[in-house]
Design a protein around this ligand. Structure first.
Ligand code: FAD
Length: 288
């Protein structure tokens, strides 16, 4: 909402991003990135300044609601709360008390980055035209806050919810995924795309060819493996991937079940929406 964008042809595209090839593009002049770790630290500082406590290294094992309270069984003992907002990412469906007609399926995203001498090939943020069938953006280029240029991510099934490496396997979690009817339907519908992504994950050459769809001049030596992330993606039992935020209220618990990208960018607005619409606190109280 309120994002200004302009359709540009190949000439203007060439001025903006001389190494990108395309017949047309949408130019979003206001686009940019932030240092998210610094932003999260700032938010934590503000929370503590208000006298509230952030309890780290504490796992919620179980929730038990009554009409007045919620009891949380945690690794640091029992906690009693009037209101709970469950935003447990990859484990949000597990932490949610009620059973859902959906399951979180982890999709790993691997990044490469441009070697320092080739960073000038990307001036800003470059995205491909998305495939409306998938909630994932496809391989794109991002000029980071420190000047590095990332390229990625891929989207492959992770063999554990926190499967940041191909070799990380949690058999129980993997079994839950591969026996889930939603996963069978997804795999039957999109096995070709899945196979392509897996190939990209295992072969640098295949990854490069996805990157070269945007910057054709790239060569094998221009990219080096970088970080990975895991997306917490809600998959419905009918095989549909949820491509929107999914926030459900159940008694005194608000469950943030699906918060895919750009949920980090939108975190402050999502927080405001949850507090105003689900918890029922007015904006006056919020800014106090
Ligand atoms: C590769 C990749 C690239 C992305 N790029 C972007 C981007 O460019 N822009 C953007 O806006 N978004 C991006 N995202 C999406 C963004 O990371 C998510 O939307 C965002 O992190 C969701 O926030 P969250 O708080 O819901 O969950 P998370 O950030 O996943 O946080 C969940 C937290 O809950 C904790 N937790 C889990 N289980 C329990 C438990 N039982 N008890 C207690 N704590 C628990 C976890 O340890 C974690 O700290 C990207 C994601 C990936 C994977």
């Amino acid at each position: 909402m309120g994002v200004e964008c302009q359709r540009v042809g190949p000439e203007r595209l060439n001025e903006l991003e001389p190494h990108v090839r395309g017949t047309a593009a949408l130019h979003v002049a206001d686009s940019g990135i932030v240092d998210y770790a610094a932003m999260a630290q700032k938010m934590a500082k503000r929370v503590r300044e208000h006298g509230w406590k952030i309890q780290l290294e504490t796992e919620v094992r179980e929730l038990d609601s009554t009409s007045n309270n919620v009891f949380l069984s945690t690794t640091a003992g029992e906690i009693e709360a009037r209101q709970v907002i469950n935003c447990a990412g990859l484990y949000a469906d597990r932490v949610a008390e009620e059973s859902l007609d959906a399951q979180i399926v982890p999709f790993r995203g691997e990044y490469y980055e441009l070697v320092p001498e080739k960073r000038s090939m990307c001036q800003n943020l470059i995205y491909p035209v998305p495939n409306p069938e998938f909630p994932f953006l496809g391989v794109h280029f991002t000029r980071m806050i420190d000047g590095r240029v990332e390229c990625g991510p891929s989207a492959v099934l992770a063999f554990a919810r926190e499967g940041y490496r191909l070799s990380t396997v949690n058999w129980k979690e993997l079994w839950e995924t591969v026996t889930y009817e939603g996963f069978h339907r997804l795999a039957a519908r999109h096995w070709k795309q899945g196979a392509r992504e897996l190939l990209q994950s295992m072969s640098k050459r295949a990854y490069l060819s996805a990157a070269r769809r945007l910057i054709p001049e790239l060569h094998m030596d221009d990219i080096v493996a970088s970080r990975t992330g895991v997306r917490a993606q809600v998959l419905h039992s009918n095989g549909d991937l949820e491509d929107d935020f999914l926030i459900q209220k159940s008694g005194r618990v608000v469950n943030v079940i699906n918060a895919p990208s750009p949920a980090a960018t939108s975190a402050l607005n999502i927080g405001r929406h949850i507090v105003q619409d689900h918890v029922g606190v007015s904006s006056g109280t919020l800014s106090a």
